[in-house]
Design a protein around this ligand. Structure first.
Ligand code: FAD
Length: 458
């Protein structure tokens, strides 16, 4: 087991182990005691037991894509799972068992070609299964196929005491309940996810796109909202404001991605948008052949490596005037690489969710993905995000853990009863706060967890 100690390793080696796999280049000033590079389940057990003996906390890194670098915590033993990548596929039963540092792209490349199966992981190809699934997982076609964590059949977990256990709907049910929505507050280390898979819709994977000048923001957004509720049930719908590559003009881009078995069905699904779209698009395409791999490439382009990021999000009230609430966010981007997103959640948001920790959603998911390059832009870009969110949050019901930073903004992440139950489960399984949990301001939340209240209402 490779261990890099803060006080004895070469400075460069320690720094690489501390943040080398952290996606956000706005690096935190937090310093783990040691980084354990685990390559097996046994390594994870050993690392947790070492932390118990040393009476220090444990932090975990799977894909390293948490925006706020939740894996980097002062005086902790950081268990980095980057070298622990395994997947086992049971195509007969459409089940895969995957380790948490497997990314969406890695998992799907093991599934699509050989088995014609897929798993709706994160949109960005390199998001790790670990962080993504624990917080719910807004995966491909979430509005129709539901939350990715609904496909977690079970998981193997090393508890805060260093014991390896299995959790599912009949064994250690409370941990299984918590694992689907606790996010970084999960009180253990997941070593494997058992996942249910769906067929990969290769023949009918299509997309339509409509790019409007930002001056048509209101008209285009109103139209989009008017067609979303009744739109086809295999189509993912998103609206993004951004600067398209090579353009100086901010645009409002609407994307429909349909995943069907049959190309004719795909075309039929996309046709209502094509036939009712407002005039004025500066670019558009209808029912273009597409694939998960091509979508991954586009996501990768929009979220480049080695950049500085500040993400924020909110679930907007279903009865709000959504284009008005989001107008500032969509029309005043602070950097050419930044973008704002509206992501349709209806009908998923109207269904009764399974009994699990994840319990917050609305029809309208909104997120800011503020991207920039230079440290000198940090203050300006972060101030823009804070300012926009101060107004937007008053029209929101809560937020998604996955695009949040609890050091900066506190809101609701679960229904009230779910939050209470989750915090109690955390205290039962980890009474000493061995696993770092939620990173709030000054990292002091410990076993209390998050308060789950809108700060602006206090
Ligand atoms: C470019 C980009 C695109 C994204 N797109 C999406 C998207 O489409 N949908 C979506 O839902 N989210 C998305 N996210 C958010 C992303 O899912 C979260 O940031 C998630 O936490 C990343 O998981 P990770 O394992 O890569 O991160 P990490 O930073 O490795 O993990 C985050 C935290 O999760 C916990 N954790 C991780 N693994 C384990 C484990 N094995 N056991 C116990 N706890 C663990 C730990 O607290 C850890 O610090 C995106 C993020 C980025 C940067």
């Amino acid at each position: 087991m490779d261990i890099i100690w803060r006080d004895s390793a070469a400075k460069d080696a320690y720094e690489e182990a501390r943040v080398g796999r952290v996606f956000n280049h706005r690096r935190p000033s937090r310093f783990p005691l040691a980084v354990v590079k685990a390559t097996s389940e046994e390594d994870i057990v050993k690392a947790v037991k070492m932390a118990v003996e040393m009476k220090c906390r444990v932090a975990v890194r799977s894909g390293g894509h948490s925006w706020a670098a939740w894996s980097v915590r002062d005086n902790s033993i950081l268990i980095d799972l980057g070298n622990y990548k395994q997947v086992k596929v049971d195509p007969e039963n459409s089940v895969a068992i995957a380790t948490p540092s497997m990314t969406g792209r890695e998992l799907n490349s093991a599934l699509i070609k050989d088995h014609g199966l897929m798993f709706p992981g994160g949109h960005c190809p390199d998001v790790g299964l670990g962080g993504f699934l624990l917080q719910g997982g807004m995966g491909w076609n979430c509005r129709n196929w539901g939350w990715a964590c609904e496909r977690v059949l079970g998981l193997d977990v090393v508890t805060a005491e260093g014991e390896l256990i299995h959790c599912n709907s009949t064994q250690n049910q409370d941990l299984y309940w918590a694992a689907r929505g606790a996010g970084p507050g999960f009180p253990g280390v997941v070593t494997r996810f058992h996942l249910s898979l769906n067929p990969y819709p290769k023949r009918g994977f299509r997309s339509s796109g409509y790019v409007y000048p930002i001056s048509l923001y209101r008209k285009a957004f109103d139209w989009l909202l008017s067609i979303t509720e009744t739109f086809d049930n295999d189509t993912e719908i998103a609206a993004i404001s951004n600067y398209p590559e090579g353009s100086d003009e901010m645009c409002f881009f609407i994307l429909f991605v349909v995943m069907k078995d049959d190309p004719e069905e795909a075309e039929k699904a996309l046709r209502p948008a094509q036939e009712t779209r407002p005039d004025g698009a500066i670019d558009e395409w209808f029912c273009r052949e597409d694939s998960l791999e091509e979508q991954y490439d586009k996501q990768e382009g929009a979220n480049p490596e080695k950049h500085r990021y500040c993400a924020e999000n909110a679930y907007i009230n279903n009865d709000a005037d959504v284009p008005a609430v989001l107008e500032e966010a969509f029309t005043t981007l602070p950097h050419r690489k930044a973008f704002s997103l509206w992501y349709a959640m209806n009908p998923c948001s109207r269904r009764k969710l399974p009994d699990m920790a994840l319990s917050m959603q609305s029809d309208h998911y909104f997120a800011l993905y503020t991207v920039w390059e230079e440290e000198s832009d940090d203050a300006r870009c972060q101030a823009w995000v804070k300012d926009v969110m101060k107004k937007v949050e008053r029209q929101s019901v809560g937020a998604y853990l996955g695009d949040s930073d609890f050091q900066v903004r506190r809101t609701k992440f679960w229904a009230d009863d779910n939050a209470k139950r989750l915090m109690a489960i955390r205290r039962k399984w980890d009474p000493q706060g061995r696993v770092c949990g939620y990173l709030d301001e000054d990292d002091k939340s410990g076993t209390n967890g998050l308060r789950n209240v809108h700060e602006w209402k206090l």
